[in-house]
Design a binder for this molecule. Sequence first.
Ligand SMILES: [Zn+2]
Length: 326
Amino acid sequence: MKIYGKSEVRRSLLMMKNSGRFVQSLIFTGAKGTGKHTLSVFTAQLRLCKTPLPDGAPCGECRDCRRIAEKIHPDVIYPEKTGVNKIYSRDTIRRVCADAYIKPSDGDLKIYIFEDFDTTESLSQNVLLKIIEDPPEGAGFIFTAFDKSVFLPTVLSRSVTLDLPETTKDEARLALREALEDKGKYTYEQIENAVSIFGGNIGNSVEFLENGPIARKYEAVINLTEALWANDEYRLLTAIHGVGDDRQTLKSVFMMWNKVLRDCTVYSAGITQFMGCYPEGARKLSNKLTKRRCEKIYRSVEDFIRRCDTNMNSSICAAALIADIM
Ligand SMILES: [Zn+2]
């Protein structure tokens, strides 16, 4: 498995393995699309591959490596997320704790991969803590999250956290071409377009090309920007309604939009390093809004994003946000 633009992280993982002291609890943090899933798979292969390469990296071809990549390895377990909010419940975590004491089916290690751990409540993390403090010999844990602040300090202190940087645009281009253009899946132009929108974020580019949820989120960000540019309250409301009621979708759309607003603020200060997916929109907005107003909108949106993690009523909050912005 080729890992693009994460040479530092890859090196750390190999060092841990080759020293014979692999941590039992590993955390990958980074924005969506930065390779957390890919690195979790790589780590599981690294630990379970029976025919590694000379540098210790997994071969990617043996039965274990293949089954891990296909998510069918009996000793690489993805605990279930449940409920409307799709979270790791206390019951699920209790089951994992009990299961960790049962011997692995194949080798001598079982790996539990908790993906997108962000919304896991402190109480559930407390249950988990017991097993992380004193893990059984044959169990390893991998967590992925947007930010390490979601973990209890006690969980963090017993884990190694590796933060995943975004790759550069060139690395992303190379990765996408090797994976997609060479197979004739997408043209050079389509790939260039995706990289121009999502920069070094390979995961988002792939999702966009495959017309996944991010394509609609991108559309929503454009609508919001255009509505704000036109100073059109009704259009703004329609744009928000178009996203739907799901709080996590709203959150991720507004996080994307806030990067555009951030770009708008820094652009008017003469900085042209864009982070958002719509640089053209940021430039347009900065011609129209004063820096002060843009900063105020940015803060209101930030507030709205925070509320997405609470039990808010989406419609009421959206209306309040618009009142704040316009
Ligand atoms: Zn292998």
